[in-house]
Write a protein that binds this ligand. Structure first.
Ligand code: FE2
Length: 335
């Protein structure tokens, strides 16, 4: 590890409290986490934040143990500044500030969406990809242009993952991956309203319609799962395909929790082949929310002097990906 910097990253934007330890050459030394599981349906922000506070000490300890490092060997502390749930973000930020203060190390405030893309680039070696970021709380298509990740398309209402989770929970089968598992036993496609407006997508009407059909009792739940997952994925792939055609870029990443879907990967892979572009699946442990992606992005930012004084390190629940300068991408892309 001679000459390398080591960054400890803390992720706490939603269900996951994660601590990752990464070196400046991109070696992931540890990536530990604990996930809050709601008692009933959705996520309760304050309960999730309480979970994060309860597990912070043990997850941090585990990460250091796995990495074989002591706290004083850490060179920088990074944390998720947003987007995410306020109480959850604040819990992670508090831990990060305390560590940075105690160790006298620089603090880096990371955008969660940028981190998903950067860990995807690290994992695949892609230089200048188009990224589809799909999860329970986020849905967007983005690529780098002129120093920032620009949003080419996004959801106008709920996230794709939220649509599938909410359907699964309300019909009593549970959140993803249950709807996709049942979809594999579906036999009949029931037409559903697919809303793609320009480069944006809308899932709330689709969810309402699918739930109404479920309540009608006229359809097998497997067939509705098949129809809903196919509709959601088709909309995402349609927008992604336009982005590939529009930009002429040749690398495609799918990141975020919903990127674990094998069916979505298959559809993206088929589309990408038609355009002579490349798509690579990222390992599952780097797809969901994790601390390693925050640590790695923290190192990229640190190299460019993008640190934040502790007293100014507020969290930003609505932090958009296109608000962040990504100077390490300059010169990488044609645009
Ligand atoms: Fe995420």
């Amino acid at each position: 590890m001679e000459g390398e910097l080591v960054c400890l990253g803390i992720e706490s934007s939603a269900h996951t409290f994660g601590v990752g330890i990464v070196t400046s050459s991109g070696r992931i030394l540890a990536n530990e986490s604990s996930v809050y599981r709601p008692r009933d349906s959705g996520i309760h922000p304050r309960e999730a934040a309480q979970h994060h506070a309860n597990v912070a000490h043990s997850v941090l300890g585990r990460a250091l143990e796995v990495a074989g490092l002591r706290l004083k060997e850490i060179d920088a502390i990074a944390f998720t500044a947003g987007p995410g749930l306020g109480p959850c973000l604040r819990t992670g930020a508090t831990v990060a500030r305390a560590l940075a203060y105690r160790l006298g190390r620089p603090l880096v405030a990371v955008n969660h969406g940028v981190a998903h893309i950067e860990i995807g680039r690290l994992s695949t070696g892609f230089e200048d990809p188009i990224a589809l970021y799909v999860a329970g709380g986020n849905t967007l298509v983005t690529t780098h242009s002129a120093g920032r990740y620009r949003i080419l398309g996004e959801t106008l209402d709920i996230a794709a993952g939220n649509c599938l989770d909410a359907f699964g929970i309300k019909v009593g089968i549970g959140p993803m991956p249950a709807p996709e598992q049942l979809a594999s036993r579906g036999e009949r496609y029931v037409p559903l309203p697919m809303r793609v407006k320009g480069m944006d997508v809308s899932f709330s009407g689709l969810l309402t319609r699918a739930l109404a059909l479920a309540r009608s009792g006229q359809y097998r739940i497997e067939d509705l799962c098949l129809s809903l997952t196919e509709a959601v994925y088709s909309m995402l792939v349609e927008v992604l395909e336009r982005a590939v055609a529009l930009t002429g870029k040749r690398e495609v990443l799918v990141v975020g929790g919903l990127a674990r879907s094998r069916r979505l990967s298959q559809m993206v892979s088929e589309m990408v082949k038609l355009h002579g572009a490349s798509f690579e699946q990222i390992p599952d442990e780097l797809l969901g929310d994790n601390g390693a992606m925050i640590a790695w992005t923290g190192l990229l930012m640190l190299e460019h002097g993008m640190t934040v004084p502790i007293e100014e390190s507020r969290v930003r629940p609505k932090f958009r990906i296109d608000e962040v300068e990504v100077p390490w991408m300059r010169g990488r892309s044609k645009s």
